[in-house]
Design a protein around this ligand. Structure first.
Ligand code: URA
Ligand code: SF4
Length: 211
């Protein structure tokens, strides 16, 4: 299967997935959107109200801010792949639970393997925790870290900056460094085998800050 086929297959599977309780309140699953050859992948938390209505990621207020941030670095949404750690909306936008994150992780892993982006930007603490389980976002935001050969850049969630205006310039500053990080990231790691969903869940990734 080529990358597009994997992404389509994942989208088909999540639309009828029953692996966790979030399927009960789902109107539309939100598999993610963007080109299969994207060099950069953004991973948020989970669909909110508008995303659940439309089946597309980041189409509400946080999404508009994300578009602005992208525009600020001369990028458009159709150049990047955007998805979430859970593909179905947590009721009332509550935090995703550990069981839900674990149940959904295989889909995200398949997307990462298929796209094999140079850089993954995590938006918010739940997607950060997938790669940097013990990191605190207030300490590590904006700092690139190599995890299994790939550059991970943890950032605050855009919605956090909307709720807490003092974070706005922090998020903008972190974003503005992205072009430089992408340029210096080098190639994505060579991936030969499918990773097991939780083969490193208890392992501390090496935090090699490169820049
Ligand atoms: N917040 C997220 O984390 N993901 C979305 O898709 C929308 C809002
Ligand atoms: Fe399946 Fe993920 Fe939706 Fe849970 S959140 S039902 S694991 S697609």
């Amino acid at each position: 299967m080529d990358a597009n086929e994997v992404l389509n297959q994942v989208a088909t599977e999540v639309s009828t997935c029953l692996k966790c309780d979030l399927h009960h309140s789902r109107k539309n699953a939100v598999p993610g959107a963007g080109p299969a050859n994207a060099e950069i992948m953004f991973i948020g938390e989970g669909p909110g109200f508008h995303e659940n209505e439309q089946g597309l990621p980041f189409v509400g207020a946080a999404g508009r801010f994300l578009d602005e941030l992208l525009a600020g670095i001369g990028m458009q949404r159709n150049q990047v792949f955007i998805t979430n750690v859970v593909k179905c909306r947590p009721p009332g936008n509550r935090d995703p639970q550990n069981e839900e994150l674990a149940a959904c992780d295989g889909y995200l892993e398949r997307q990462i393997q298929a796209i094999n982006p140079k850089v993954i930007v995590t938006l918010g603490r739940f997607s950060m925790a997938k790669f940097l389980p013990n990191a605190k976002i207030s300490h590590v935001h904006g700092q690139p870290v190599r995890v299994k050969g790939r550059l991970i850049v943890p950032m605050y969630h855009p919605a956090a900056a909307l709720h807490q205006p003092s974070l706005r310039s922090t998020v903008e500053g972190d974003f503005n460094r992205l072009p430089e990080l992408i340029a210096e990231a080098g190639e994505a790691p060579e991936l030969v085998e499918q990773e097991q969903p939780d083969d490193n869940s208890n392992e501390e990734p090496k935090q090699l800050s490169l820049f």
